[in-house]
Design a protein around this ligand. Structure first.
Ligand SMILES: Cc1ncc(COP(=O)(O)O)c(C=O)c1O
Length: 427
């Protein structure tokens, strides 16, 4: 079996430039070479005889990918939709629901991925859909988070509650299993943003807890190319789902469909929404094979990530220096496999500046852009950060092509850039 680390990177990720230190897998994912080669073949297939491809082959291929994915997820393939990415999926669900804008409400939390929260803002601004926000300030205990949700849910009727498997920034695990149960208790639909889901978390909870809707990217942690994600929809909601964009299958909502169409309604609606490129989605089966046969399965992958993450946390703490903290709670439930967060050390000079960033989103955005551009252009490494609860939390990712020295080098470079940018801001 392949040895993870340096040799693995050379063999399966030779396209990563030698001078790049990739410690930000969490944002977009990186695809192994054999799958990129298959992607090329799929792209070509679209162009050889497009009529034959779209009219004869595409639907079977789509269904085959659903079947492979459903086996991995242990759910019925007829409950799945393939879609490009998590933001699209959240939009698709939220814009499918036949809201009663006079009374329906949504509950989200303050660490919701902004692009997805904007989708709620849109429904509010355009249609006056009401929403509430649960405030999250890390580090928090899971019990406290669940309690905050439960307090809202028990006092107000919400039609839907949206929360994450793993939040984006800081990159921490959310108590999603408990929250699915709490939503059921209050008869509130759950929409789970599992952008960081398959490939990091054990997804058996879908068949065990049966959330109403969940999406997960496959291009982040599951080795497929960009852009590739799925939505799981509980059978009781199949009928309400609408394609995004609205397209050819729209009449299926109003016609009397035969039993077979009804039982496969998500496939019938979603397999064709126009002349789109299916190539990334058609790599799902290959990604599953790669992770099983080349990587030795999910457990093997996670074992490597866990061991390396332990070392990487110590290294980044050491490189950031005195005052740097690892983001964790008392129960040690925040940290996930694959990502960790370290606070940028505060000192006499920079404390006020850093604390202001968590008060002013505009200042934070400007500062972030300045640092990110430098990291990417000048230093060939990039670790995103967020100003949250008076700290700058820097997020590092850990994957099978990484080695310990990646964290030594990247932490040093990231620290230098942030220090320098703060210095310039304070001049
Ligand atoms: C929690 C969360 N939700 C949604 C997204 C959006 O993913 P995508 O850009 O693939 O739609 C991300 C991306 O990092 C994320 O972390």
């Amino acid at each position: 079996m392949a040895q993870f680390g340096t040799e693995f990177r050379k063999r399966y990720f030779p396209h990563i430039p030698d001078d790049l230190i990739p410690v930000n897998h969490g944002s977009r994912g990186l695809t192994p070479k054999p799958i990129l080669e298959y992607l090329d073949a799929m792209n070509k297939e679209h162009e050889l005889d497009p009529d034959e491809f779209y009219l004869i082959r595409a639907k079977d291929r789509y269904v085959n990918q659903l079947k492979s994915l459903s086996e991995f997820l242990k759910v019925d393939y007829r409950n799945l939709i393939l879609i490009t990415h998590a933001t699209m999926a959240v939009n698709c669900v939220l814009r499918s629901i036949p809201w009663d804008f006079k009374k329906d409400k949504i509950l989200i939390h303050s660490s919701t991925y902004r692009a997805c929260a904007y989708s709620v803002d849109f429904l509010h601004d355009r249609f006056n859909l009401q929403f509430d926000v649960v405030d999250i300030l890390y580090p928090m205990e899971d019990d406290e988070i669940v309690q905050k949700f439960e307090t809202k849910l028990s006092h107000t009727k919400y039609k839907l509650c949206m929360f994450d498997t793993i939040c984006s920034m800081p990159g921490v695990r959310f108590p999603y299993k408990e929250l699915i149960k709490v939503c059921k208790k209050y008869d509130t639909w759950s929409l789970i943003d599992g952008a960081h889901g398959v490939g990091l978390e054990n997804m058996d909870f879908i068949c065990e807890l049966k959330p109403d809707f969940i999406t997960s990217n496959l291009h982040k942690w599951f080795s497929t190319p960009k852009s590739c994600a799925f939505i799981y929809v509980d059978p009781k909601h199949h009928r309400l789902m609408q394609t995004f964009p609205i397209s050819w299958s729209y009449p299926l909502n109003s016609t009397k469909n035969n039993k077979e169409v009804e039982e496969n309604i998500l496939i019938e609606k979603f397999w064709y929404v126009g002349t789109i490129n299916y190539s990334a989605a058609f790599c799902i089966e290959k990604a599953i094979e790669f992770r099983k046969n080349i990587c030795g399965g999910e457990e093997n992958i996670h074992e490597y990530q866990k061991e390396l993450e332990k070392k990487a946390i110590d290294i980044v703490l050491r490189e950031f220096g005195s005052g740097a903290k690892f983001l964790d709670n008392n129960a040690h439930t925040l940290n996930c496999i694959g990502m960790f967060n370290i606070s940028f050390p505060k000192n006499e000079k920079n404390t006020k500046f850093i604390e202001n960033l968590s008060e002013s989103y505009d200042d934070y955005r400007k500062f972030k852009l300045r640092c990110e551009t430098r990291m990417i252009k000048e230093d060939k490494t990039f670790a995103p950060f967020i100003a949250h609860n008076n700290e700058l939390w820097v997020r590092f990712s850990v994957n099978i092509y990484n080695i310990a020295s990646d964290y030594e080098k990247s932490a040093r470079l990231v620290k230098r850039v942030i220090d320098k940018c703060i210095e310039e801001e304070l001049e």
